[in-house]
Design a protein around this ligand. Structure first.
Ligand code: DQA
Length: 145
């Protein structure tokens, strides 16, 4: 099982950025937790991050032929990017959308998610545990295919 975890803008500042909303765990700690989860469950996981929309499109495209599932937190591009939706549709790899905060209970402009249409599930408001849940769900989902 090969899973890629793709993170969008400002997620590299986890632990520093708005800790009341996103928590105090740093991005480095998040990456370590995800990797440990992969080792413990025998899942090959790569964790990526970019602040740039085009780089995120490239990361999704690069999943073609070498990735079984995608966990994606596109940050603010969730609410704006048709390009990310199109990239997920183009590669047609099972994907789960993750948000650390409970986006549905936040500002109106966060109520739209373009990528949701290309995802089997959305996990929102479970903090960084949401990433591990998403990997677990994706693993189960892919094993059933
Ligand atoms: C986020 C929610 C987005 O609205 C926001 O722009 C982010 C992080 C989350 O993980 O809760 O950057 O995706």
């Amino acid at each position: 099982m090969r899973i890629k975890v793709i993170n969008g803008p400002n997620l590299n500042l986890l632990g520093i950025r708005e800790p009341d909303i996103y928590g105090k765990v740093t991005y480095k700690d998040l990456v370590e937790q995800i990797k440990k989860y992969g080792e413990d469950h025998n899942i090959d996981i790569e964790v990526l991050q970019s602040n740039h929309e085009g780089d995120l499109v490239d990361m999704i495209q690069e999943c073609l032929y070498n990735t079984d599932g995608i966990v994606i937190n596109p940050g603010a591009y969730t609410h704006t990017s048709i390009a990310l939706l199109d990239a997920l549709k183009a590669v047609n790899i099972p994907a789960i959308e993750v948000h650390i905060s409970e986006v549905d209970k936040r500002e109106n402009f966060r109520q739209i998610s373009y990528i949701r249409k290309a995802c089997t599930e959305t996990i929102s408001g479970h903090g960084i545990n949401g990433y591990m849940e998403a990997i677990e769900h994706l693993n189960d989902h892919i094993n059933k295919l």
